[in-house]
Design a protein around this ligand. Structure first.
Ligand SMILES: Nc1ncnc2c1ncn2[C@@H]1O[C@H](COP(=O)(O)OP(=O)(O)O)[C@@H](O)[C@H]1O
Ligand SMILES: [Mg+2]
Ligand SMILES: [Zn+2]
Length: 507
């Protein structure tokens, strides 16, 4: 008899329906899985057979053929274990066919028959919620938090294969408890803990307000890492739409905790410089989102920037340009969103003390030049802001003078953010200044005569490229937004020019 069970598979950060067909026929007891099954799917035979036996069911001494339709899409992972097991029970008459009407089943099986979590439960839930007639989605208990983000979808989350069979026979599912959002799981770090560094804090506020990529350069121990880690505390809350994307990416990556599923925060990713290109950008034989996608709608912090191998840094160019990553494969290509704010930190020279009044630089000019040349022009070109972070005088550090807290900064950032949102809603959608075309901004921003002449002068003096010119305008626009000024004025341009690479280095 031929059994048919509805399931689903993940492609990129979306999902699509898969029908698991199981045929049990007379013949030698061999199992075959067809339908472009790769990796974990092929091993599901062993898991399913053990889970069936250990749950008290009969494993047929028959020729079992499993077909995953549509057959032209590659299927990987372990989420078909559970629908295959149920299909076998139907095909061998241990469960009536009608019991699997109107359910979609995904889940990995442990050898003992326990139901284990899968990747991509949120995209799967979104896909199932769109299907008609309405289905009940059977998912592993550990995936309930993310699937529950999709409203109006009936869920079942049996802990074991035996429990699922009992519920299918009864035609009644125990609705899983939906996790409640915690108050505020955000770490309690705050900009108030940073002593001094007012200029760097101001620069990070500008970067947060316009989502500008920013590079901090300064001697070791001046608080660069400390500053960067506090950037998320001033970023605006995720919108509902952004939150869904963030959860979907982490869901597909298999990197989602229940807390992150119920109360997602703007991501802050800080990969170590030993990360591989695939780890940073995404990829692999069964593609996963990389750090750039895990940082989508948030911050990607690359500490000790020049310790990252050059080819790894170069691979950032495409996502920085396109806000997404396309992983091309023989059979199909996968796209992951990757709109992140890049924050880099680095020493000014190999010894770390160039320009440091506290201790002398021991590098030769050639060493220092070679060091900096590791940052290629094209990457530098995509970093809107450069900030020199100098040493805080010891006496200030000692007295523990407290600077402004994150709360005040966050308020100004939020106000600047809503100005941008209003300005771009009908043109680009929900965008920040860093993410709109420079040409458009230059043509559509009111710039005072004084500001414009300052721009022209600077453009000649610094021989700004067209790209560099637009970049200054973008940053100036953000500074004006923080000021609540509808037009860009001379002081806004003057501050934006201080964040030019050459200016930051001269300090
Ligand atoms: N401005 C500062 N205010 C308070 N503490 C600081 C400051 N700068 C440095 N520190 C202290 O020094 C340590 C090293 O700072 P860190 O952020 O790692 O510096 P960097 O990344 O520039 O090398 C921090 O853990 C912090 O305790
Ligand atoms: Mg550091
Ligand atoms: Zn040096």
């Amino acid at each position: 008899m031929l059994a048919s069970v509805q399931s689903a598979a993940v492609q990129g950060i979306d999902a699509y329906g898969v029908t698991v067909e199981v045929d049990a026929a007379q013949g030698l007891p061999v199992w075959t899985i067809v339908g472009l099954a790769v990796g974990g799917v092929k091993e599901s035979r062993e898991r399913v057979a053990a889970a069936l036996v250990n749950s008290g069911f009969v494993v047929p001494h028959k020729r079992v053929t499993v077909n995953l339709a549509p057959a032209d899409r590659r299927k990987e992972g372990t989420a078909f274990d559970l629908p295959i097991a149920i299909g076998i029970l139907v095909a061998t008459g241990q469960l009536p066919a009608a019991a699997v009407d109107n359910v979609v089943i995904v889940g990995e099986l442990g050898l003992d028959g326990s139901v284990r979590p899968v990747r991509g439960a949120l995209p799967i839930a979104r896909d199932v919620a769109r299907r008609a007639p309405p289905y009940t989605l059977v998912i592993p208990p550990l995936n309930v938090a993310e699937a529950a983000r999709v409203s109006r979808l009936a869920l079942a989350a049996p802990a074991t294969l035996a429990q699922l069979v009992a519920e299918l026979r009864a035609g009644k599912f125990v609705a899983p408890e939906r996790p409640v959002a915690r108050e505020d799981p955000r770490d309690s770090c705050d900009f108030a803990e940073v002593v001094g560094q007012e200029a760097a804090k101001r620069a990070l506020e500008v970067a947060a307000a316009g989502r500008h990529n920013v590079l901090m350069i300064g001697p070791p121990g001046t608080g660069k890492t400390m500053l960067a880690r506090r950037l998320p505390t001033v970023l605006p809350e995720l919108t509902e739409e952004e939150a869904l994307e963030v959860v979907a990416i982490h869901s597909v990556a298999g990197a989602l905790t229940a807390d992150a599923a119920t109360t997602p925060q703007r991501p802050f990713r800080a990969p170590h410089h030993s990360i591989s290109g695939a780890g940073l950008i995404g990829g692999g034989s069964s593609p996963r989102p990389g750090e750039v996608s895990l940082a989508h709608h948030g911050v990607l912090f690359l500490d000790e920037l020049l310790e990252f191998p050059r080819h790894v840094l170069e691979s950032l160019r495409q996502p920085l340009e396109d806000a997404r990553v396309v992983i091309a494969r023989a059979s199909s290509s996968v796209t992951y969103p990757a709109r992140f704010t890049l924050v880099g930190a680095m020493n000014p020279c190999p010894c770390g003390h160039a320009g440091d009044p506290a201790s002398a630089c021991t590098c030769t000019p050639a060493d220092a030049a070679r060091y900096r040349s590791r940052l290629s022009g094209p990457l530098l070109d995509r970093i809107d802001m450069h900030v020199a972070v100098g040493a805080v005088p010891v006496r200030e550090l000692g007295c523990g003078a407290r600077g402004e807290s994150s709360a005040g900064m966050r308020q100004r950032v939020a106000a600047a953010h809503s100005r941008q949102r209003r300005r771009y809603a009908n043109v680009f959608g929900d965008r920040a200044n860093a993410h709109v075309p420079g040409r458009w901004l230059s043509a559509n921003t009111k710039i005072s005569a004084e500001a414009r002449s300052m721009l022209e002068t600077a453009s000649d003096r610094l021989s700004l490229s067209a790209r560099g010119y637009h970049r200054v305008i973008k940053v100036a626009r953000t500074i004006a937004d923080l000021d609540g000024d509808p037009s860009v004025q001379a002081p806004h341009v003057a501050e934006a020019l201080r964040y030019r690479a050459s200016a930051a280095r001269a300090e």
